[in-house]
Structure formats: C-alpha cells, structure tokens
Ligand binder design. Structure first.
Ligand code: FES
Length: 360
C-alpha cells in the first residue's frame, strides 16, 4: 500500500477542438463539441481548487487550447495562485501578439509539437497545410519572449527516418528540452497502428540516435525519450502511477486519472462542477480503482518492480488484454508479451499505409 499525496500536476483539457487531424490523437474516441465546454468562471474555480489541493504545475492542453479566448486569463489566475503554467500546443493558431499576451499573463513554458523535420512530412501527418513552417515561426517567438521551449516529436514508422533532422531542428530553435515519444497505441492511434508501427530496425536505430544526441547535447538541451511499448521488455510507469501524481480534467469538467481512462469500463468519473476536487482526488472511485498495488493480479502482485512501474499502463492492458487488471502486455512476464512482439513485426511490415485522420 502507498499513502496518497497531493497531485503534482493538473492537465486542463480546455477543448477537444483542434485544427490538426493527427492519426495518433490522444483525445478520447468520443470528442466533445464546443457546446459541451465549460466556461471561464468554471475553469477559474478549478484553478483555485487545484492550488488549494497543492497542485504545483498546470498544463493547458486540448485539443488545441489556444482556440480558447480566455487562455491568458486562465494562465494569469494559475500563476497568481503559485502554479507553474505550461502550454501544450500545435502552435499553428499563434502569432506574435498572442505569444506576448500569454507571456504577460505569466506563462513559463510552451511545448510545441512537430510531426517531421520538413513541411512535406509535417503537413501530411497533421493534415494541415503550412503548419510546419508556422510551428517554426512560433517556436522562435516563444524563445524571443523568454519562455522555456520544449519541442515534442511524436515518432513512428512514417517519420523515424527524420529523427536526426528533428533533433537538429530542436537545436536550431534553441529548445530547452526535446521530448521524443513513440506513439502509444490506445484510442485513435490504435486504429492507425498498422500504418504507424515502427520496424525493429527503426526502433534500434532510434535508440542509438537518441543516446548519441544525449551525450552530444549534455548540459545544452535535455532529451526525454518514450520508447515504443511494443518493443519494450518492462512497462513504463504510466502517469507516474495511477492516481499518484496527475489528474486530468476533460473539457466538460470530468476528472480522470489519465487522458485515456474512458476506455476502461466500470470507472465512474466525478465532475468538478458537482464535487470538490480534493474529494475527487482522495476518494473518487476512478482514482482509487488502480491506485497502489492491492488491485494487482499475478505476475504483478509478487513482482519486485511493482512499486516502481506500478503495473505499467492500465489503458494498454485494457486495449490489448481486454482487462484493465491484467499485466501490461508490454511486460516480458505477461503471457501476451510474445504475441505483442509478433503483432509489432507483422504490422511494421505492411508498407506505407494510409492514415485514418482524426476529425471532430
Ligand atoms: Fe491510461 Fe496509461 S494511458 S494508464
């Protein structure tokens, strides 16, 4: 058993609307339309409650959070309440005036996603013409406004050859941090798995490229690397452990332990409009369902790493094993692990597949 601490971070999903149509979109399969979004007063109240609960970081996310006109007001309230504010954005809707307004509101950090190292790949994957060049321009505005910049590069079979170019792009943009993340296959990404799955050779080459870049850029730019689950031997500590560090609030105010938790049947999600956030975090059914280790089955229950990886990813167990209490099939001790490797090899050999784009 572990004792429950206050959450470190809140992911505020202000909207599901987005100008991009990425084939690995991490938003739920059922997107909420603008009419279901909560208003400014609601989110200001959420920020106040989160600060009282002890949240230190707030990530404004979506969809595309810059579609919300009240974004500067929300950032201002968060920083007034002592939270460090981060914006997770595609950047394609921003310009100099908007960047200045966000900086003046107290925004400390901006994470800009890139889909490739050039316009042809980037615009094709996001299905947004002119997006790649716009992202470059906005990233420059971010550093010029003295905000920290993270470049987020989601990688897969159709852009892994551009990984060295994406690292060079992050360097050229003077990013403080580069996050290289292989696609996680649940939700919408699962529908595009065959088109996105890297080959083992690509995965091994990427490992070497990342290791060399980390050594070369030590002290200048930090690089976080999320390995591809289907080729891993031990699962990642998803969300820093279920209900331990993070909470996620959807555009309609429901509070989730992770962005994909709605894929798990039997969870009930409280709405911060009807129950205090503190009560939801400590007592909510969804947060307590997979918190700690009591819910674990074998081989997790007797594993020496159970309080390190906290069982891996519950949403992945649901997507592949069909049960959220199963051992994450990424784990080498899962009975499904070999089948997972076979699936990866088979799908990675399918050539350049067409994407099923994400549209609201
Ligand atoms: Fe939900 Fe991993 S994405 S627990």
């Amino acid at each position: 058993m572990n004792t429950v601490s206050a959450p470190l971070a809140l992911m505020a999903e202000l909207t599901h609307r987005c100008p991009l149509q990425c084939p690995y979109c991490s938003n739920p399969l059922e997107l909420l339309k603008a009419g279901k979004e909560r208003d400014t007063a609601f989110w200001l109240g959420v920020i106040d409650e989160a600060a009282a609960l002890g949240v230190l970081q707030i990530h404004f996310s979506g969809g595309e959070p810059t579609l919300r006109r009240d974004l500067p007001e929300l950032i201002k309230r968060a920083t007034e309440r002592g939270m460090y504010a981060n914006l997770i954005t595609s950047a394609v809707l921003l310009d100099e005036a908007k960047i200045q307004a966000l900086a003046q509101a107290g925004l400390g950090h901006v994470q800009v996603s890139f889909q490739g190292d050039n316009s042809e790949t980037g615009d094709r994957i996001g299905n947004y013409k002119g997006g790649h060049e716009k992202k470059i321009a906005v990233a420059r505005l971010v550093t010029a406004a003295n905000m920290s910049l993270t470049i987020n590069a989601v990688v897969h079979r159709q852009n892994l050859e551009e990984l060295p170019g994406m690292i060079a792009l992050a360097e050229a943009l003077d990013a403080d941090r580069l996050e290289i993340a292989h696609v996680q296959y649940h939700g919408w990404a699962l529908r595009n798995r065959a088109a996105l799955m890297p080959t083992r050779a690509q995965f091994e080459a990427a490992d070497e490229i990342v290791a060399a870049a980390r050594a070369r850029l030590k002290g200048r730019m930090s690089i976080d690397y999320v390995v591809p689950d289907y080729y891993a031997a031990i699962p990642k500590t998803c969300m820093g452990g279920w209900g331990q560090k993070l909470l996620n609030i959807s555009p309609d105010g429901r509070v989730l332990p992770c962005h994909a938790a709605e894929t798990i049947p039997g969870l009930s999600f409280d709405n911060v409009g009807t129950k205090p956030l503190q009560q939801i975090w400590y007592e909510g059914q969804a947060f307590n369902r997979f918190r700690g280790t009591d819910w674990m089955e074998e081989p997790c229950a007797s594993c020496a790493l159970k309080e390190t990886d906290w069982g891996g990813c519950r949403c992945q167990a649901m997507a592949i094993a069909g049960r959220a209490t199963a051992t994450d099939p990424v784990c080498q001790f899962s009975p499904l692990h070999t089948a997972l490797n076979t699936t990866a090899a088979t799908e990675a050999a399918t050539g350049i597949g067409a994407f099923i784009y994400r549209r609201l």
